[in-house]
Design a protein around this ligand. Structure first.
Ligand code: AMP
Length: 191
């Protein structure tokens, strides 16, 4: 399997591009944000634990997130790989991911970082908030907090994979199609 982390701040386009990668390459798409939202909608125990953090634009605690993720990876049996979207978001999550994959004789092949300026991120998220129905897209302060959390807690994850020589950068500004082409160029070298 080829296992790729699609990385970047909120609004970088991870969700949109991960779905295209899923379809192009027959990968399992794991979006931790989507799994949390599904659980919140269905009022599960996991959803109840995660909701207040998500509404404030903070990270859900690592123990909750890691346990959930381990269950998702088991669904990859008949796929060519996994595209991780929104995970890992902390150094502890990155270590846990390496361990979980290692137990299955798998590994992360690349972290692909979508690069987008903060100003464009804010504009995109405010625009998305008009139609996404997401509470955390609807409030400018929550959006700012999510971007801030990315820089203080999440960006460091790049370093973890850089040390493993698995870090790739892709310009995340342009048309959806152009960005997909840039991503495909990277992924084609990995499979
Ligand atoms: P996303 O859909 O990736 O923007 O995630 C929405 C929200 O879900 C985030 O702002 C966090 O509150 C929570 N979340 C998603 N993925 C993670 C993760 N890997 N670790 C902690 N919290 C997460």
């Amino acid at each position: 399997m080829t296992n790729i982390i699609l990385f970047g701040p909120p609004g970088a386009g991870k969700g949109t591009q991960a779905e295209r990668i899923r379809d192009n390459y027959n990968f399992l798409h794991i979006s931790t944000g989507d799994v949390f939202r599904y659980n919140i909608k269905n009022e599960t125990e996991l959803g109840k634990r995660a909701k207040s953090f998500i509404d404030r634009g903070e990270l859900v605690p690592d123990d909750v997130t890691i346990k959930m993720l381990a269950g998702e990876i088991d669904k990859a049996d008949d796929k060519n790989g996994i595209i991780f979207d929104g995970f890992p978001r902390t150094k502890a999550q990155a270590n846990a991911l390496d361990d979980v994959l290692n137990e299955q004789n798998e590994k992360i092949d690349a972290l692909v970082s979508l690069e987008v300026d903060d100003k464009i991120l804010m504009e995109r998220l405010k625009e998305r908030g008009k139609t996404s129905g997401r509470k955390d897209d609807a409030d400018e302060n929550v959006i700012k907090n999510r971007i801030q959390v990315y820089y203080t807690e999440t960006e460091i994850v790049k370093e973890h994979y850089k040390q493993q020589r698995k870090l790739y950068h892709v310009d995340g500004v342009g048309s959806i199609q152009d960005i997909t082409k840039r991503l495909n160029n990277v992924i084609d070298q990995l499979i």
